[in-house]
Structures are given as structure tokens and as C-alpha cells.
Design a protein around this ligand. Structure first.
Ligand code: SF4
Length: 277
């Protein structure tokens, strides 16, 4: 029979809230045992028999995933790895750009990424200096590897709203990408320019439209992104505004979730750099 948090608290733990397990209450400890597989033996007041009996039941429910708190990043990473697993490393450069080299007989894909070059070996991804990426960033890169796209950019730009099936994500793009950039760099175009160039962006002239300034980022060789920026105009009562533009082929290379992630990555890299300036 499965053991819920309440079962464990009510029927097994001493309910003295002594805190010796490192948790303020027995109920909090029970929650960690059930949801995060914390060993029951960390409560020193349980008999060996009780720990062994309950652990058998707990292991069964962990195996079924019952009440276990999902590690979303790990799940996504496993899924992305499975998605990319059928593809050989040799197949990446012709589709995505980048180079192939061999290290101890094992192919290594070198993929330009913003102002860095990623090293991808057996689907393990590091920066060119060997630093690991965050798990969400790995998911993003693996999704790009697995997406299967091979189209070259056409130079025809679209706002996020113009891409197919983006309706449910438009608010994310505005709230977590375009607005933070606009607010961070209002009245500070020079700093935006400096930060963008640190990320490998170039000033875009041809496709700047009515923007006060525009930058072209190259997160991946075949995924260019333009950032349009209009500065605040106090006299006219206009607030600063930012907008990302994607090549029309972007959906060949990234799914919609990944395009939002890319936008968030650009925003967080720009704003984080500003904060650490
Ligand atoms: S050590 Fe045991 S009795 Fe003390 S708070 Fe933790 S679970 Fe409760």
C-alpha cells in the first residue's frame, strides 16, 4: 500500500517536531520523503524494522512516480536527448552549420553559439572552455540539433506574432523578453550597444526599419535574430520599446517553445550583463 505524506506523518513519524532531521517539522520531513525520496532513516527515532518496512513501500511508489515531485528540467533534458539520439554527429554540420572534428576517434561537433562555440560530443554539450551549460540551455541546443531543419535564412523577417502557432506564447515574449529589454535600456542606447556587441551582435542598418537602433544576433549559424529598439521619447510621451524579429525559416530550426527560450536567453544575457556592469 502506498504511503502518502499524511500516512507517514500520522502513522509512522513521532510528531515531536524536534528538527534533528534538518526539517522544522515531522510533516515537512514526510513531504521530502514522499516527494523527493529523502531516506526515512534520517529521522533517528524510527526503529530499523519500521524504516525497512516503509522503505519497501516507498520504493514501489517512487518506481511508479506516485507523488514524486517531477524534476522538470531533467525530464525535458531526457526527452530532448532521446529526440536527438537518432542523429549522427556527422549529420549536424551540413544542416546546421558549424564544424566537425575528431577527438580520440570520436566526432565532436563545434557549433557557433552567440559569441562562443559549443563542443558537442556524444550529445554532451559544453562551452569551448569545457564549461557545462545549464540543463534548460542544453534542452534548447538539443532541440535545435533534433529539429531537423536545413533551410538557410532568407532575410525575410517576421515578428514573433507572425510565426505560426504562437498565440499562447505572445504574452511570454512580451513580458519576459521585449519589455525587460526596453525597461533595462531606456535612455541608455549606448550601453545596449555595448552589451549586444559583447554577445557578438552587429549593428543592423539594412533591416532596422523605423527603430532607433537594431542589432543582429547569431545564436546559431542558421538562426539570426534582429533586436529592434526604440528609445523613450519623453517629449512625445513614448516609452522605450524592443521587438525581436526572426528569419521566416526559424521554425525549420526551432520549435515555438525554443524560440521563446531563445528570446529569454537574449534578454537575460543583455540585462544580466547590464546589472553586472
Ligand atoms: S527527526 Fe524525526 S521526530 Fe524529529 S522532526 Fe524530524 S521527523 Fe520529526
Amino acid at each position: 500500500m502506498a504511503l502518502s505524506v499524511v500516512d507517514l506523518y500520522r502513522d509512522v513519524l513521532p510528531k515531536t517536531n524536534c528538527g534533528e532531521c534538518g526539517h522544522p517539522t515531522c510533516l515537512a520531513f514526510a513531504g521530502q520523503v514522499v516527494a523527493a525520496a529523502l531516506p526515512l532513516s534520517e529521522c533517528p527515532y524510527l526503529s530499523t524494522d519500521t524504516v525497512e518496512r516503509c522503505t519497501v513501500e516507498l520504493k514501489e511508489q517512487y518506481a511508479k512516480g506516485k507523488w514524486v515531485r517531477r524534476d522538470m528540467a531533467e525530464d525535458a533534458l531526457n526527452w530532448a536527448r532521446q529526440r536527438a539520439a537518432d542523429m549522427t554527429t556527422e549529420s549536424f554540420p551540413p544542416r546546421l552549420g558549424g564544424d566537425l572534428e575528431t577527438e580520440d576517434g570520436v566526432p565532436v561537433f563545434r557549433l557557433p553559439y552567440f559569441n562562443d562555440t559549443l563542443r558537442i560530443k556524444n550529445l554532451t554539450i559544453t562551452t569551448h572552455e569545457g564549461e557545462p551549460l545549464t540543463r534548460w540551455e542544453q534542452v534548447f541546443v538539443l532541440n535545435h540539433l533534433a529539429q531537423g531543419g536545413s533551410k538557410n535564412p532568407t532575410g525575410r523577417w517576421k515578428g514573433f506574432i507572425e510565426l505560426p502557432n504562437t498565440t499562447s506564447k505572445i504574452k511570454n515574449m512580451v513580458d519576459s523578453v521585449e519589455r525587460p529589454i526596453a525597461e533595462a535600456f531606456a535612455d541608455n542606447i549606448l550601453l545596449l550597444k555595448e552589451r549586444a556587441q559583447d554577445l557578438g551582435a552587429t549593428v543592423e542598418v539594412e533591416d532596422a526599419g523605423s527603430a532607433d537602433i537594431a542589432f543582429r544576433f547569431s545564436p546559431f549559424p542558421k538562426v539570426p535574430v534582429i533586436l529592434l529598439f526604440w528609445d523613450a521619447d519623453d517629449a512625445e510621451g513614448f516609452e522605450a520599446k524592443a521587438k525581436l524579429m526572426f528569419d521566416e525559416t526559424v521554425t525549420d530550426h526551432l520549435d515555438i517553445e525554443s524560440i521563446v527560450f531563445l528570446g529569454e536567453e537574449i534578454a537575460s544575457r543583455l540585462v544580466k550583463q547590464k546589472e553586472s556592469h
